[in-house]
Write a protein that binds this ligand. Structure first.
Ligand SMILES: [Zn+2]
Length: 385
């Protein structure tokens, strides 16, 4: 654990309604000597949040070796869904204005204010998989008496129906009418136990990757093993670069299996420049207290790096799988988070999967959630201008 000089005490007090909560850091000595008006060390608090100090050396990780949201100070103090760092910055700007009326600290909204992104873990459900895999999938559904799903697979394989995870045309339409450019993080190396993965050697996968890179931008989605294996990470990056014929700089870790600081050190060493994994898998909100990009600071090495961290706020699987929300509740939660972020002047990144737009199996009823969220967020930004 890292001791903060003259600060670092976590208060147990709950956030106070209508104010910027909570006074996480108490500058004890300064408070005792009455040097400061409020016993709060704003800069230490911001550093604590952005450096992810609390994640270093944390041992009670989940089954995927991840730092759990419930262990975070932000969740314990009920501020995980608030961009608390941005609110503190507003507080600072107001305080400066109060003391020096001629000085205005301008907090501008970074561009883009809204960034949609997709993790492409499994590009197609049944299409382009080869006959043995398709027949195997049908038998599996028949054995578990899922007649409708078996019939659907048959229709997909015989060309009577579109693949339920092939939602790329729908995505393109949504993004074109909203005037936004998405990011796509491609998983090359999927460990699956129920159906053969469709990987980078597959022609259809390669074609899709190139197509997505022309209207959006492709990033690497390293396999879980690659998050701790430098050579494997380098190999996956090189394959993707060979497909799109350009250097890859963006990365988001599959399953968000980020360990501080090792995973970020590997990304940095591999020449990756922007990471998009900063968010909790099991809770929506601001893992680092902000939606703004910031440089990764290696606390163990006491070193600033040029790896930029770009946080996301909400993910489709978080809302359905971990939080158990209905499509309607998920939609309203995303829109509320986006509005709170916009009011605090912080960008909003959304993370979806191609699968959820297809409305198949566990995603039944989710077909419209993404389109409605994009529509709502874009309208909100346009009317606020
Ligand atoms: Zn993934």
């Amino acid at each position: 654990m890292y001791a903060m000089p003259d600060a670092g005490f976590l208060l147990d007090s709950a956030p106070i309604a209508g104010t910027v909560p909570p006074w996480i850091f108490v500058a004890m000595e300064a408070a005792k000597r009455k040097y400061i008006e409020k016993p709060f060390d704003l800069f230490a608090a911001i550093f604590f949040m952005l450096s992810r100090c609390e994640e270093y050396g944390f041992e009670e990780v989940d089954r995927w070796n991840r730092f759990p949201a419930q262990a975070s100070a932000a969740m314990k103090h009920g501020v995980l869904t608030l961009p608390i760092v941005d609110l503190w910055l507003q507080l600072l700007a107001n305080k400066v204005k109060e003391f020096y009326p001629s000085v205005t600290l301008c907090l501008t909204m970074p561009s883009p204010a809204f960034q949609p992104s997709f993790d492409i873990d499994r590009a197609f459900a049944y299409k382009h998989r080869g006959l043995p895999v398709q027949i195997g999938a049908i038998f599996k559904k028949l054995l578990s008496r899922k007649w409708q799903e078996a019939a659907l697979i048959w229709k997909v394989c015989t060309g009577y129906r579109n693949d339920p995870w092939d939602t790329y045309t729908l995505m393109a339409d949504i993004h074109a009418s909203a005037g936004i450019t998405p990011l796509f993080f491609m998983l090359l190396n999927h460990q699956s136990n129920w159906i053969e993965p469709i990987g980078h050697a597959n022609k259809a996968w390669r074609k899709l990757t190139k197509a997505l890179d022309t209207y959006g931008e492709i990033g690497l989605h390293p396999s879980i093993d690659a998050s701790s294996d430098f050579n494997l990470l380098l190999q996956e990056k090189a394959i993707l670069e060979e497909i799109v014929q350009r250097p890859i700089q963006k990365v988001r870790q599959h399953f968000l299996t980020i360990r501080m600081p090792n995973t970020y050190r590997l990304f940095h060493a591999c020449g990756l420049e922007q990471d998009y994994s900063m968010g909790f898998p099991e809770q929506v909100g601001y893992r680092a207290g902000t939606g703004r990009s910031f440089p990764f600071f290696d606390l163990d090495g006491n070193q600033e790096t040029n790896l930029t961290i770009v946080p996301f706020v909400a993910m489709d699987t978080t809302l359905r799988q971990y939080m158990g929300y209905s499509p309607l509740k998920a939609e309203s939660t995303i829109l509320t988070l986006a509005e709170q972020g916009y009011r605090a002047g912080t960008p909003f990144m959304l993370l979806f999967h191609n699968e959820s737009l297809g409305g198949f199996a566990e995603w039944n009823g989710w077909e419209k959630v993404y389109a409605n969220c994009v529509d709502g967020i874009v309208k909100m930004h346009n009317t606020s201008k």
